[in-house]
Design a protein around this ligand. Structure first.
Ligand code: SF4
Length: 85
């Protein structure tokens, strides 16, 4: 069974290989979101420093079928964008 860390690494690798349309580092966006929700202020700053973030999602759905966690990433990008708005 793949560890959580390895799954995010895998998602990142897939994102780079497939060049997701909006160029969002989906693994980093998810990681910083999860950490921010448990009170990590540094993660909040790291998220805001990303070149592209959930607000840049164009809703193409390209990532949904490729997520190693079987997470509906497109919907999660909306959730993350609302969290930071
Ligand atoms: S749905 Fe959003 S996050 Fe997923 S590949 Fe498309 S633009 Fe990127």
């Amino acid at each position: 069974m793949m560890s959580t860390r390895n799954k995010w690494v895998r998602l990142y690798t897939v994102a780079v290989e497939w060049r997701f349309p909006a160029g969002i580092d989906i693994g980093a966006v998810n990681k910083f979101y999860d950490l921010a929700k448990i009170g990590d202020d540094m993660a909040r700053e790291h998220y805001r420093a990303l070149e592209k973030n959930a607000a840049d999602c164009i809703g193409c759905g390209h990532c949904n079928s490729r997520c190693p966690f079987s997470v509906a990433q497109m919907e999660r990008m909306r959730e993350i964008k609302e969290y930071y708005d």
